[in-house]
Write a protein that binds this ligand. Sequence first.
Ligand code: GDP
Length: 446
Amino acid sequence: MFESLSQRLQNTFDRLGGGRVVTEQDVKDAMRDVRMALLEADVALPIVKDFVGRVRDRAIGAEVHKTLRPHEQVVKIIHEEMRDTLGEAGRLNFSGSTKPHVIMMVGLQGSGKTTSAAKLAMYLRKEGRQPFLVAADTYRPAAVDQLVTLAKQVNIPYYEEGVSAKPTDIAKRGLEAAKNADASVVIIDTAGRLQIDDQLMTELEEIKRRTNPAEILLVADAMTGQEAVNIATGFNERVGITGLVLTKVDGDARGGAALSMRAVTGVPIKFMGTGEKISLETFEQFHPERIADRILGMGDMMTLIEKAESLYEEEEAMRLQQKMMENKFTLQDFLDQLRKIRRMGPIGKVLGMLPGMSKLQMQGMLDNEEVEARISKVEAILNSMTIQEREKPKILNASRKKRIARGSGVEVRDVNDVIKQYRQMQKMMDQLRKGRFPKIPGLEGI
Ligand code: GDP
């Protein structure tokens, strides 16, 4: 999925790529292409108009990033808008709901509801919860049998009454059964139809009223295309959905459904199904960033942009150096730096990117785990200090140190070590500032 959209946009970007200055006309041309690409990808027209409008406004009025060429700036804006349109990362929300929490799976027949119900149960079990499945899809022949087979296959407790009882009654009795089984989350597989109809909606409203779900997830086929907007709006208006599960993302759909559904409902995409197999490998939590990258297919472009941003980091480093030279480097700056390093990834990988370091790593001279543990300890100690203490380390007296040690689970000795290292660094900076070569332990007399 997403291939054709990404290719189309890539061509646009390539054409944009030449000049150093992007004119208003260039932006206009690019936006026409983006618009075509999105429409071809089956994104609904009003969403396309809105999206293109926002990108155009930002691109024309953009304050050009110092280290980015103008066309890269346009790409960055498209990426950011795409990410925002796709919404935040998917997460289930059980707050305000009592146990067992109920999740209602709704959607049209064939959307992948039953399959996703089983995958979701596995996902919840991995999270340490006790899931329970209820087979209330009495409409599609074999849906109940299918759910029972899947539940047995992955060893999840379930409730069923065949197909002759009323779905609303099955849901209610299923919830009771789940309570008796000490389940913490109940997933109800409701009936679908080939199209949205009144009878279906009434039935879903009734199940909702009787089971008080924490989440109502609309399961939708990524290949739905233009119809996506009607389906999402239809379910949302009558039943009120809290999240989307996009299935068959592994197929060759054109990707528009994700954007459209999210935009018209304002409801987050929570999960994606990426295969027929019932497994955790084919059920992913939704990450807008990753999907935006995939839609735009901008691996190379993003590397470029990241490079530009690391130039910005260089400026930041200069500013810090200045601070150090003036002896204004505080423990707060120290912590900020540690956090920045952390954000770059596992310490072993970060070190490996530094010149010379990967060689040391290969020679076994750097123990990544040990370095990681030491940094974690220092970070914990700094985190246990108040901002005031980090800004003015002088106020750190014995009782404060004791409190910090307790807060970070270390000895006072360890807190002293961090402060000592900080003081040594300060002293070195001070000597450098005065034009003297600092005494570095072990290097005296050189
Ligand atoms: P329901 O009628 O909504 O309960 O739909 P099903 O769960 O029976 O799914 C319909 C079809 O889609 C089945 O053949 C599933 O194997 C298939 N399916 C469901 N999710 C996915 C997915 O993420 N990827 C692929 N390729 N197929 C899926």
